[in-house]
Write a protein that binds this ligand. Structure first.
Ligand SMILES: NC(=O)C1=CN([C@@H]2O[C@H](COP(=O)(O)OP(=O)(O)OC[C@H]3O[C@@H](n4cnc5c(N)ncnc54)[C@H](OP(=O)(O)O)[C@@H]3O)[C@@H](O)[C@H]2O)[C@@H](O)CC1
Ligand SMILES: [K+]
Length: 215
């Protein structure tokens, strides 16, 4: 069953109100994403993985992935597209503060994408269901960088720039090899397999009762 983005937000909020906090959903989303990536790529030890992170909860999922990937021995670089004071949500902030204590993950902020290595994998955790309008900077430059780099590209929830409700793209959008979306498929995403690559839906622990009265 495919759902609307609005239904997804209602289910997420109801689950949170039941006591299954968004930070737990985020943890499960990031962990499930890493499992899919490892299933696909096999041993990722010593692989260079760059995670582009937006300031909303899509970015938060990317921060969770960073911690899990470091646990697999990958060389992880996180590029926060802004400054940490501008992170929008409590759960993303919480995950950022954990990474600040981890020397195994390299943290970069701002809009310069000068790496002293070629990424093996890029994780696109820039924009998810919160997208609206034309893509602004520095997100647009990050999306351009991703599209110009030759490596495996993984989209968290939806390729950034793709509207998960309509399947329409903004002025710019990442083209990915794999996408993992959460809880249930959103209506617009499967219309654009050309941008999602292999597409999976992962459960993230939201109680089915959170759907009551919504679906
Ligand atoms: N559903 C679930 O159960 C769960 C969902 N989870 C995850 O949360 C994600 C949704 O998070 P979200 O609501 O924080 O929105 P998100 O996509 O991060 O974007 C908001 C940010 O983008 C910005 N922005 C917007 N448009 C822009 C533009 N055109 N150009 C530039 N910037 C733009 C906007 O900035 P603003 O316009 O407010 O200044 C704001 O900073 C969802 O996709 C999934 O990955 C999981 O954690 C687990 C549970
Ligand atoms: K994304």
């Amino acid at each position: 069953m495919e759902i609307t983005v609005d239904q997804m937000y209602q289910i997420e909020n109801k689950g949170h109100d039941m006591g299954f906090l968004k930070k737990f959903m985020m943890e499960n989303a990031g962990a499930a994403s890493v499992r899919r990536l490892v299933d696909k790529l096999g041993n990722i030890e010593s692989k260079n993985i760059v995670i582009f992170v937006g300031l909303g909860n899509n970015g938060g999922d990317g921060l969770v992935m960073a911690r899990h990937l470091a646990g697999y021995g990958a060389k992880v670089t996180v590029v926060l597209l802004g400054t940490f004071e501008k992170i929008k949500t409590e759960e993303s902030n919480w995950n950022w503060s954990i990474l600040e204590k981890m020397t195994s993950v390299k943290l970069m902020t701002g809009n310069s994408f000068n790496f002293h290595f070629t990424p093996d994998v890029i994780v696109d955790a820039i924009l998810g269901t919160g997208i609206s309008g034309e893509i602004k900077e520095p997100y647009a430059s990050a999306i351009n960088f991703i599209n110009q780099t030759d490596c495996f590209k993984f989209a968290v929830d939806v390729p950034s720039g793709l509207d998960p409700q309509t399947g329409e793209t903004a002025n710019i959008c990442t083209k990915c090899d794999m996408t993992v979306t959460f809880h249930k498929m959103k209506q617009g995403i499967p219309k654009r397999k050309d941008l999602t690559g292999e597409l999976f839906v992962e459960k993230i622990g939201i109680p089915p009762e959170a759907e009551e009265g919504i679906l």
